[in-house]
Write a protein that binds this ligand. Structure first.
Ligand SMILES: Cc1ncc(C[n+]2csc(CCOP(=O)(O)OP(=O)(O)O)c2C)c(N)n1
Ligand SMILES: [Mg+2]
Length: 315
């Protein structure tokens, strides 16, 4: 059995089921605001986070539950936060867009496009200043590439040779805008050269390829050799957020990417290599689904913060 592929599959399946279940909770009216699912992008989260230690840092976007789970977040506390309950990571006051867990190095999801990137650079600076060999990863979308703060963060990380990995999760769209309408570059990783940072492409629907690319960048950062930018092209198999009518992309395009579903690809690879059987896959899926069902059921039992908590945890 290839333990690594097994771990990747289990991690990706957990994210997929978590998101499917979160959508059901959203439909029930139990989650406030909007919900941005990461279904289809699981290989980037699992590939990159598998190259990290628990004490390394990450920042994510509002689409970040995949990265949180891959970094070690507990499904129960994630569900509780989505439901706005006191047992959630932000005691029910953050919802899906602000999940933070210092224990696992999750320095926050962020609803502001690009805003996590300078925070990651700050975390990398703190790692350096405190004499640790921690690294920091900034996950951001294609839509963040033209944000001023992202350019400033890339530049500062390069100038100070900070241990940070910039992971551009290019799912081809920023809301309804295809990325090629807002940049001239064919690949966004070309931007790295302008900051004298190595830029590497990875197939964002292949967890193993993402892992190998991320591991090289993480090891380089730990050796003190500075930042790397990774562009992982992938695709969100759902709309930008729940309720998106998806008129801006064709059914053929979606079908083409469904054919590249990262979970299915890994499944076939494992079956071909003999590192899993249909029966073992079905057993893991049953086990992980049951674990998530239990987590969601318990989260429903947690209560909402009361009026007495209105002034706490607010900065
Ligand atoms: C600074 C800022 N500008 C605009 C928005 C509105 N907005 C929300 S999501 C989004 C698209 C971002 O796309 P991308 O970075 O590619 O991430 P994806 O949603 O594809 O994961 C935009 C423009 C915002 N939240 N923050
Ligand atoms: Mg995008």
């Amino acid at each position: 059995m290839d333990d690594k592929l097994q771990r990747f599959y289990r991690g990706m399946y957990t994210i997929r089921r978590f998101e499917e279940m979160a959508i059901e909770l959203y439909k029930e009216g139990l989650i406030g605001g909007s919900y941005h699912s990461c279904i289809g992008q699981e290989a980037v989260a699992v590939g990159v986070c598998s190259a990290l230690r628990t004490d390394d840092y990450i920042t994510t976007t509002y689409r970040g539950r995949g990265q949180h789970l891959a970094k070690g977040a507990e499904p129960y506390k994630l569900f509780a936060e989505l439901l706005g309950r006191v047992d959630g990571y932000c005691r029910g006051k953050g919802g899906p867009m602000h999940i933070t867990d210092v224990q696992t190095g999750i320095l926050g999801a962020n609803g502001i496009v690009g805003a996590g990137v300078p925070i990651s650079v700050g975390a990398a600076l703190s790692a350096r200043m405190s004499g640790s060999d921690r690294v920091s990863v900034a996950f951001f979308g294609d839509g963040a590439i033209n944000q001023g703060a992202v350019s400033e963060a890339l530049n500062l990380a390069a100038v100070w040779s900070l241990p940070v990995i910039f992971v551009c999760e290019n799912n081809l769209y920023a809301e309804m805008t295809p990325f090629h309408r807002s940049v001239k570059n064919k690949d966004l990783v070309e931007r790295a050269a302008g900051f004298c940072i190595p830029g590497v492409m990875a197939d964002g629907n292949d967890a193993e390829a993402v892992f190998e690319t991320a591991l090289a960048a993480v090891e380089r950062a730990r050796r003190g050799e500075g930042p790397t930018m990774i562009e992982a092209k992938t695709y969100r198999l759902q709309g930008h957020m729940f309720g998106d009518t998806e008129t801006y992309r064709s059914k053929d395009e979606v079908a083409e990417w469904r054919g590249k579903d990262p979970l299915e690809r890994l499944k076939w690879k494992m079956l071909e290599q003999g590192s899993a059987t249909e029966a073992s896959l079905a057993e893991w899926e049953r086990e992980l689904s049951a674990m998530l069902e239990q987590a969601a059921a318990s989260a429903r039992l947690s209560h909402e913060p009361g009026p007495e908590a209105i002034g706490t945890d607010v900065y």
